[in-house]
Design a protein around this ligand. Structure first.
Ligand SMILES: CC(=O)SCCNC(=O)CCNC(=O)[C@H](O)C(C)(C)COP(=O)(O)OP(=O)(O)OC[C@H]1O[C@@H](n2cnc3c(N)ncnc32)[C@H](O)[C@@H]1OP(=O)(O)O
Length: 414
């Protein structure tokens, strides 16, 4: 039985259990129900099943009936400076509609965070269905992504493909993509390792149902592959119809070099009969307009929070990333769910240590997570009253230490 924050008489009976093999399908059905989806049919379940790994799914029970569930996939995440830390990828969070707002998720979160701390995960992350849910559990928005829409016929690319882009069919295409992905991610800060079930659910299952293509790029014949594009084309109503144009969706695009990146986009821009190209979840610094003769042919249709990051082990996370040169700063961190993180930390280019000193900036662990990968500055967080400034000069020092040269991005939806 768990102690539940803000508990009242109706929530004390929650019983959080680690689920076993015989309960995964029920948990999946419960989760899908909270998203207003029907249970997974057998042909979907055969791909989803493998993503339930032992010991990683929790259920909340009332009178022996499951009313809520959370799951986490095993992963790793790159942090500024290039180190890679153990990472739990949280997903499939749901509480049955007749049990919401009675502390079920809070109980699940408390148990899940404790299990991450015990198993040595340094960070956890998730994609939030709603932005009001996860801050209280210590998750902060640490990366953002953008969605593109391109009017392909207007785009007029400025250059031509310089290397070789070839289509690779079926499983061979997936294998080439997967090998390249594993070489490139985790790489940039915020990028993660995908787990086998990610490929089963997101690629293999969809490829079986939809018209997936894999284009692989190399600098030239015989040279090693250096990038791939996974895409799908949905034919429009009448070929070139304005209302429902033939649309090419960029599903996954990773490149080792700028040349490979440009060639893969140029390939997409060259696919005949396509009127519109869409790309979801791309990095904020992707320079697509510069590739086009008519930069206005591409439009950012959305820019949203991507990674909600949780620093599970604050000293290990702070110690894993590098810092720019500059005078040190003392951060006072508060963590209600993992109180062992609550402490003062002296951060400098030489390293991080827990200190008895009075803090110069005081902040909750979700706010530290937002700044951790470098996506937002301490000054911005202070301006928006997300942290307390005890020593005015500390803001500029913290900004200088945590600054990064490349905008963090994850690029793997889960
Ligand atoms: C990573 C992912 O899987 S994202 C998908 C998340 N799942 C969904 O969106 C499915 C639909 N929603 C749900 O299943 C549930 O509403 C959940 C899981 C979001 C929340 O579960 P609950 O058991 O209701 O949360 P719980 O009762 O523990 O809430 C704790 C606090 O968070 C608040 N809260 C919970 N959900 C929300 C929400 N959607 N919006 C605003 N506040 C919320 C509660 O009001 C409560 O606040 P309080 O402590 O000030 O009283």
């Amino acid at each position: 039985m768990l102690a539940i924050p803000g508990e009242d008489a109706t929530v004390t009976d929650h019983d959080i259990r680690v689920l076993d093999d015989s309960q995964y399908r029920a948990a999946h059905t419960l989760f899908r129900g909270t998203l207003h989806h029907p249970p997974a049919p057998d042909e979907m379940w055969k791909f989803v099943r493998g993503s339930y790994e032992p010991g990683r799914t929790l259920g909340a029970f009332v009178d022996d009936e499951m009313v809520g569930t959370v799951q986490a996939f095993p992963s790793r995440m790159a942090v500024p400076g290039g180190a890679v830390v153990p990472h739990a990828a949280v997903s499939r969070v749901g509480v049955r509609a007749d049990w919401t707002r009675r502390g079920v998720l809070s109980a699940l979160q408390r148990a899940q965070l404790r299990s991450f701390a015990e198993s040595g995960d340094v960070v956890a992350s998730l994609r939030a269905s709603e932005s009001a849910i996860y801050g209280r559990y210590g998750y902060g928005t640490a990366t953002r992504y953008r969605f593109w829409k391109v009017d392909r016929r207007r785009a007029a690319p400025r250059s031509r493909i310089a290397g070789r882009v070839r289509l690779v069919d079926g499983e061979a295409g997936e294998q080439v993509a997967r090998a390249l992905f594993e070489e490139l991610s985790p790489g940039r800060a915020g990028t993660i390792a995908r787990w086998p079930g990610w490929w089963d659910v997101n690629i293999r299952r969809r490829a079986a149902e939809e018209n997936f293509k894999v284009a692989v790029r190399s600098p030239g014949a015989g040279a090693p592959d250096d990038g791939y594009l996974m895409y799908k084309v949905t034919p429009g109503a009448h070929g070139s119809s304005e209302d429902k144009p033939t649309t090419l969706e960029v599903l996954d695009l990773w490149a080792r070099t700028p040349e490979a990146w440009a060639d893969l986009w140029l390939f997409a821009l060259g696919v005949d009969l396509v009127g519109r190209i869409t790309a979801l979840g791309r990095p904020l610094d992707e320079p697509l307009p510069w590739l086009l003769g008519d930069p206005r042919a591409c439009e950012v249709t959305a820019e949203e929070d991507e990674t909600w990051l949780r620093l599970v082990d604050v000293p290990a996370a702070l110690g894993a990333r590098t810092y720019r040169e500059g005078a040190p700063v003392v951060l006072g961190v508060r963590d209600a769910y993992l109180p062992e993180n609550t402490a003062s930390y002296r951060v400098s280019a030489d390293g991080v240590s827990r200190v008895p000193d009075a803090p110069e900036l005081v902040l909750d662990v979700d706010v530290l997570a937002a700044a951790y990968l470098g996506d937002v500055s301490f000054s911005t967080l202070a301006t928006t009253r997300r942290l307390d400034v005890v020593e005015a000069g500390a803001l500029a020092r913290a900004d200088a230490l945590f600054a990064v040269t490349e905008i963090p991005w994850c690029g793997s939806y889960f």
